[in-house]
Structures are given as structure tokens and as C-alpha cells.
Ligand binder design. Structure first.
Ligand code: PNS
Length: 167
């Protein structure tokens, strides 16, 4: 008897930085796929100024998921669908926090579907307490000296503080 191939899902994003909301979505994704690749994009459709470079973000996400064997972290350049195809991932996971996310997410999902009909996008909903959370707000609050300790994991908090201290 042949076993079905393990399913691989891709969770793409900017993750600048990864928040508890992203972590929640990543762990939920493991209930629909055997393995998850958290994919940090070199090019985001909407992020303008970053705090961490892509290599730093990858490193931080690896620290956050250390010991979680079904989660891998990689960065990618170019189109998401090309990266997904190369990784053998036919499933793309995105988090949907509120109606305001919907239009952007729908556009991306349909564009990706046009570019590669072999890809399916699924949306997962985070725990309600993370619905307001975004990397951009975390960046802004941290830059202005606010406490973001309840929004990001300790390694992220530490690196964020060090980064902002040194400008
Ligand atoms: O966390 P973000 O910034 O909302 O994630 C957006 C991301 C990175 C998933 C999107 O910009 C993307 O897929 N970038 C890779 C380049 C690409 O394929 N662009 C076309 C998207 S339809």
C-alpha cells in the first residue's frame, strides 16, 4: 500500500517582526498540513520600512519555533507561487483577522491562483485576543517606547529593544 505524500503548507509574510498572532496561525496550520514552511518574503506587496532585515527575521522565527519539528523557516525572493512550487507546497496559509484584511487577501489569493492554478490559499482565524495585532503596530509602539512584551515572544522583544537602542 502506498502512503499519501505528507502535505506541505507555506505560510508567507513579512514577519517584521513575528508576533504572537503569527505564531498562533502557524501552529493552527499544523492541523491542516503535516509540515509548515514559514516563508519570509524579500518582497512584500505592502511593507515600506523594515526594522529587521530578512536574515534577522528568519533567525528570530527559528528561535521562536525551536523544537517544533514540523515547522521550518526559509526566506524567498521573487514570486510566492514559484517558491511554493519549488518547495512542493500546494497550500498557502494566511491569517484573517478582520474584514479589513479581506480585500487585500482575496486579491493576493486570486492573483496567485492565476499565476499557478496548482495552489490553494486557505485562511485561518487567530484567537480573538490577537485580532488587533499587527507587525506594523508592534514596530510603531516599540519605536515610540511602548511595551510590546505581550505581543511578541521574548527573543523578539529582546532583539527589538537592542535594535531600537542602537538606532
Ligand atoms: O505579511 P505581508 O507583508 O502581508 O505578506 C505579503 C506577502 C509577502 C505574502 C506578499 O507580498 C507576497 O507574496 N510577496 C512575494 C512576491 C509575490 O509573489 N507577489 C505577488 C503576490 S499576489
Amino acid at each position: 500500500m502506498t502512503r499519501p505524500r505528507p502535505s506541505v503548507a507555506l505560510y508567507p509574510g513579512s514577519f517584521d517582526p513575528i508576533t504572537y498572532g503569527h505564531e498562533d496561525i502557524a501552529r493552527r496550520a499544523l492541523s491542516v498540513a503535516d509540515r509548515l514552511i514559514v516563508a519570509v518574503a524579500e518582497t512584500s506587496t505592502h511593507v515600506k520600512s523594515s526594522v529587521f532585515d530578512v536574515a534577522e527575521r528568519v533567525e528570530l522565527i527559528r528561535e521562536v519555533f525551536v523544537g517544533e519539528d514540523r515547522i521550518e523557516v526559509k526566506s524567498f525572493e521573487g514570486l510566492l507561487v514559484d517558491f511554493a512550487r519549488k518547495q512542493g507546497a500546494t497550500l498557502v496559509v494566511r491569517g484573517l483577522r478582520a474584514v479589513s484584511d479581506f480585500e487585500y487577501e482575496l486579491q493576493m489569493a486570486q492573483m496567485n491562483q492565476e499565476l499557478w492554478p496548482g495552489v490553494e490559499t486557505i485562511f485561518l482565524v487567530p484567537e480573538a485576543r490577537f485580532s488587533f495585532l499587527s507587525s506594523s503596530l508592534v514596530r510603531e509602539v516599540a519605536k515610540l517606547g511602548g511595551d510590546v512584551g505581550s505581543f511578541v515572544s521574548p527573543p523578539v522583544l529582546e532583539r527589538l529593544a537592542a535594535k531600537l537602542r542602537h538606532g
